[in-house]
Design a binder for this molecule. Structure first.
Ligand code: GLU
Length: 512
C-alpha cells in the first residue's frame, strides 16, 4: 500500500551517542512508515551550537546502518524537502519568527542575562521560582512593555534580543495524543518560551515545528520527554494557522527495576550497553560499550527493542524486520514505561544465533580461531558449531564451547580428575582405546553402539566409563554428545587423545 500522505521523521540532535531509547523511537517511526506505505525522514536538529559534539552525527548514521533502519530522505540521501540539517536551513526560520511577531503571537525581549539573573535571585530570596510568563512579562523589558519608539531605537542600536512566544494568559489547551488520548493543560502553568535566539538561530521549538510543517510531517512519533513541549507546539501550529500533525509520545525505557529512565550509569553498573555501538567521548576519551561490539546481532537487537514498548497482541516474540513491519501498529504501543531486561536481551541473541546457519556462524568464528592461532577447516568448524550452538549466546561463547574440537587438551580439569579418574579408569580406557582402534566405521552411531555393548558385556558402570572417556577427549566434563565429538575429530585424533590422556593421568593409586 502506498500512502503519500504519511510522512514521519526521526529528528536527533547530534549531542552525543544515540541512546537505545532513541533507536527505538526511530524504529517505531520506520515501522509505521513502512507499514503504511509512507516516508520516513532523518532530520538533524543541530541549532544548539553549544551542545554540538563532533562525531555524533556520523555515529547516528552508522548505528542505523548497522541495525538496518533506513530513511527515505536524509542529509546523506537528500530528498525533495531538503536540506535535512537545521544548521543549513538557518535562513528559513527568521521569517517565521517575524511572522509570529507581526501577528502578535510573539514579542521581542531585550532583558540582558544580568537583568534576568537579578530577577531570578530576587525570586529565590523569597523562596519562589521565576518563570517568564504572562504575569512576569508585564514587568520586564520587552516589546509588550516598552514604547514603540524605544523598541525601534533598541533595534537601531543593534541591541541583542530574543523572540518569545506570547502564551495566552488563561486558556485551556486541548491536545490529542495517539497513545495517551486527550491531554489538557492550562496556559497558566506555561511560560513564554524563546523561539529565536540573539545569535540568529531558532530554538528547538521553532525549528522543529516549522520543519515538521514544511516537510509535511503527518505524524510526530517521539519520546515522552517531549510531552511537556506539546502545548507550545500545538499553540505554535495554531498561531501559524497550520494544521498540526498527529502526535504519539512513546513511554520511557526504564531501568531494570522500573525506577526511572534507563541511563548510561545503569548500564555501567549492571553490565550492559545503552548505546547501539561503542562510543568514545571526544573530550574525555571515555569509552562506552555498544550492542554491536558486545556481540549482539543487529536483528536480535531490533527484535528486542521493538518489544520494549510494543506488543503484537499475542505471545509471539520473534519477529524479523519484515514481520515487525507487518505486525506493527501505534495502537499496540503500551501506555506505561518498559523495563529493560538484560536476560531477555541475551535470550533474543541466543534465538538469532541458533537460527543462523552453521556455515555463517563458522565464518564469524574463523577470525577468532585465527587469532588463537588454531588451524581449522571451515567445514569442520561448521559441524562443530552445529553441535554446540544451542549452548551459546554470542559468537564469542561459541569458541569456548568448541575449542576442544580443534585443540587437544593440554591440561585436565583437576576437580574432575579427582572425582572421575578412578582406580579402574586406566585399564578401562586402555581397553576402550583398543576397541576403538579396531573399528572400521568411526561414525557416531558405530562408536556408540560398540562402546555401549562393551560396557554392558564387561558390566562396567556406564557413568564411570563415559566420564573418564570425556575427560581424556575434552580435558573437562563439558561438551556435547561424546560420540559426536569423536566422530568429528576422527579415529586417529581420538586414539591419540586417549593415549596422551592415559599417559598424563596414569594409573590412579588406590588409597589404602
Ligand atoms: N531534536 C529533538 C531530540 O533531540 C527532537 C524531538 C522531536 O522529535 O520533536 O530528540
Amino acid at each position: 500500500m502506498s500512502n503519500n500522505n504519511i510522512r514521519v521523521r526521526f529528528a536527533p540532535s547530534p549531542t552525543g551517542p544515540l541512546h537505545i531509547g532513541g533507536v527505538r523511537t526511530a524504529l517505531y517511526n520506520y515501522l509505521f512508515a513502512r507499514k503504511n506505505g509512507g516516508k520516513c525522514i532523518l532530520r538533524v536538529e543541530d541549532t544548539d551550537q553549544t551542545r554540538f559534539v563532533p562525531g555524533a552525527e556520523a555515529y547516528i548514521q552508522e548505528s542505523f546502518e548497522w541495525c538496518g533502519i533506513t530513511f527515505d530522505e536524509s542529509v546523506s540521501k537528500g530528498g525533495p524537502f531538503g536540506p535535512y540539517k537545521q544548521s543549513e536551513r538557518k535562513d528559513i526560520y527568521k521569517q517565521y519568527a517575524d511572522q509570529l511577531f507581526a501577528s502578535g503571537h510573539a514579542y521581542l525581549a531585550f532583558d540582558t542575562p544580568e537583568e534576568l539573573t537579578a530577577v531570578r535571585q530576587a525570586f529565590e530570596a523569597e523562596k519562589k521560582t521565576f518563570t517568564y510568563n504572562a504575569e512576569e512579562r508585564k514587568k520586564l523589558r520587552n516589546s509588550l512593555t516598552l514604547a514603540e519608539s524605544e523598541v525601534k531605537e533598541l533595534l537601531n542600536n543593534n541591541t541583542p534580543f530574543v523572540v518569545r512566544f506570547k502564551m495566552p494568559e488563561d486558556e485551556t489547551i486541548v491536545m490529542n495524543d495517539l497513545i495517551r488520548d486527550r491531554v489538557e493543560v492550562s496556559t497558566k502553568v506555561l511560560d513564554d518560551k524563546i523561539l529565536f535566539k540573539s545569535d540568529g538561530m531558532p530554538t528547538y521549538h521553532l525549528a522543529n515545528v516549522v520543519d515538521d510543517h514544511l516537510m509535511e510531517i503527518s505524524h510526530v512519533i517521539r519520546g515522552e520527554e517531549w510531552l511537556p513541549s506539546l502545548p507550545l507546539h500545538v499553540m505554535l501550529y495554531k498561531a501559524f494557522g497550520w494544521q498540526s500533525p498527529e502526535f504519539a509520545h512513546l513511554p520511557l525505557l526504564l531501568k531494570p527495576d522500573g525506577n526511572g529512565k534507563l541511563s548510561k550509569r545503569d548500564g555501567d553498573r549492571l553490565g550492559f550497553p545503552v548505546f547501539p555501538q561503542q562510543w568514545t567521548d571526544p573530550k574525555t576519551s571515555e569509552v562506552s560499550r555498544g550492542y554491536r561490539e558486545d556481540g549482539y546481532f543487529p536483528d536480535a537487537f531490533i527484535n528486542m527493542l521493538a518489544l520494549l514498548g510494543w506488543n503484537p497482541g499475542d505471545d509471539r516474540e520473534l519477529f524479523n524486520m519484515e514481520e515487525l513491519t507487518e505486525a506493527f501498529s501505534i495502537e499496540r504501543i503500551g501506555k506505561s514505561g518498559s523495563k529493560f531486561d538484560l536476560e531477555k536481551a541475551k535470550w533474543f541473541n541466543h534465538q538469532y544465533l541458533i537460527k543462523r546457519s552453521n556455515e555463517s556462524l563458522a565464518e564469524l568464528l574463523l577470525p577468532i580461531a585465527v587469532e588463537k592461532g588454531v588451524l581449522v577447516e571451515p567445514e569442520q568448524l561448521a559441524e562443530a558449531v552445529g553441535l554446540v550452538k544451542e549452548r551459546a549466546t554470542f559468537v564469542t561463547d561459541l569458541w569456548d564451547q568448541l575449542d576442544f574440537f580443534f585443540v587437544r587438551p593440554e591440561s585436565f580439569d583437576a576437580k574432575a580428575v579427582k572425582k572421575r579418574w578412578k582406580a579402574a579408569s586406566y585399564d578401562q580406557m586402555t581397553e576402550l582405546k583398543n576397541l576403538l582402534a579396531d573399528l572400521d566405521d568411526f561414525s557416531a552411531e558405530q562408536t556408540e553402539s560398540a562402546t555401549k555393548a562393551w560396557i554392558e558385556e564387561q558390566e562396567y558402570g556406564m557413568g564411570a566409563v563415559m566420564n573418564a572417556f570425556r575427560l581424556l577427549i575434552v580435558g573437562a566434563l563439558k561438551g556435547p554428545h561424546l560420540f559426536d565429538i569423536i566422530a568429528l575429530i576422527g579415529q586417529e585424533e581420538t586414539l591419540e587423545r586417549l593415549d596422551n590422556g592415559l599417559h598424563e593421568l596414569g594409573r590412579k593409586e588406590v588409597q589404602k
